[in-house]
Design a protein around this ligand. Structure first.
Ligand SMILES: Cc1cc2nc3c(=O)[nH]c(=O)nc-3n(C[C@H](O)[C@H](O)[C@H](O)COP(=O)(O)O)c2cc1C
Length: 331
């Protein structure tokens, strides 16, 4: 089995320059092709044969999952992602209503610095359509996190009702054991300051809607200021939030717009993780590390500062599925 997986990984390495070339004016196209590929493999029930490898599920020191944005609408089979090498699948950001987001191209691929800049603006098909996608993949054998945010044009009470609508639509699945509240998207008009003022009500809206066994994590920005970190910590503790994800993309880069991920994000997201770890290390709050984690060294750095889970997106595009196999082989 292992040699089939290694050949699959090498195939991606060979195919990547061509994939980057045909999608150079619109990198989103590469992701669409990947989603199509996953559909074909799942349709032919080939994932176990093609993607599994001997070490996949033997040693589990840490949970690996895809980061939000990778499977926005839940259209990739969770089984496919499991055999690719993930222990958990993240779907979203899901919003209550369908949202178009910004027009394409809305992603810039920076090959030399192995980074992406995106200003997608939370496009998505809306909670009820995501629910339909998930219905198709019942019994997925892998826990699922739903990353959620209010539909970007909603404010105040409307935003809260919108969040509740999403939770109501998706909490019915037994594999959905976690919601991840995205309060850190840099690409929508709902600005961060507003979210911080409204954080308690947003958290409350999710908590009262979800089932008892479901957990709530919040996904944080790497660009938080010292006082914002303190405020967030006190809200997390007061509201009994179960965990945090450090971090979303950063607006601190030299391009005109959007949020940076991958290499350009690594140091900033690690720094924020350390700040939260110092403040939360003696509490029940779990830490999920996210941002530029492309090697075992980086994974260990993040574990040393409290991470119990790792989320990956951009490094997977540049390193291919080999990254997941190699991380699993070594941890
Ligand atoms: C193209 C793209 C789309 C993204 N969409 C979302 C999203 O919808 N919701 C969200 O919370 N984060 C989103 N993110 C942020 C990622 O989940 C992650 O936090 C960030 O990319 C850092 O991880 P990475 O360096 O492994 O990519 C997106 C990132 C990229 C590159």
């Amino acid at each position: 089995m292992n040699c089939i997986r290694k050949s699959f990984d090498s195939f991606y390495d060979l195919f990547r320059p061509f994939l980057f070339f045909i999608s150079k004016n619109d990198p989103h196209r590469a992701h669409e092709l990947f989603v199509e590929f996953s559909r074909i493999i799942h349709g032919l029930k080939l994932e176990r044969f093609l993607l599994d490898n001997e070490t996949n599920y033997n040693k589990r020191k840490i949970t690996l999952s895809n980061a939000a944005g990778f499977n926005k609408n839940g259209s990739i089979s969770p089984l496919f992602l499991k055999y690719l090498g993930f222990d958990r699948v993240v779907i979203g950001t899901v919003t209550g209503e369908r949202w178009k987001g910004n027009s394409r191209p809305h992603i810039l691929r920076l090959i030399e610095s192995e980074s992406l800049i995106n200003w997608m603006g939370l496009p998505g098909i809306g909670a009820s359509h995501v629910r339909r996608n998930l219905m198709k993949f019942q019994n997925s054998e892998i826990p699922i996190t739903i990353n959620i945010a209010p539909t970007p044009h909603k404010r105040g009470e409307d935003a809260l009702r919108d969040l509740e609508k999403t939770v109501d639509a998706l909490k019915i699945f037994s594999c959905v054991d976690r919601f991840e509240l995205n309060i850190s998207c840099p690409n929508t008009e709902a600005d961060r300051n507003n979210y911080h003022k409204e954080l308690k009500s947003l958290i409350n809206a999710v908590q009262i809607s979800m089932n008892d066994y479901q957990k709530l994590y919040i996904k944080l920005s790497p660009d938080l200021l010292e006082h914002e970190i303190d405020e967030t910590v006190s809200v997390i503790q007061a509201m009994h939030v179960d965990g945090i994800v450090t971090t979303n993309t950063t607006t601190q880069h030299s391009y005109q717009k959007g949020g940076a991920s991958g290499e350009l994000l690594y140091e900033r997201s690690f720094a924020i993780q350390k700040h939260f770890y110092e403040r939360l290390k003696n509490t029940h709050v779990k830490i999920v590390a996210c941002g530029g984690i492309n090697s075992l060294t980086r994974l260990n750095e993040r574990i040393n500062y409290g991470a119990q889970e790792i989320q990956i997106f951009t490094p997977l595009i540049f390193n291919g599925p080999r990254l997941l196999r190699e991380l699993r082989d070594d941890i």
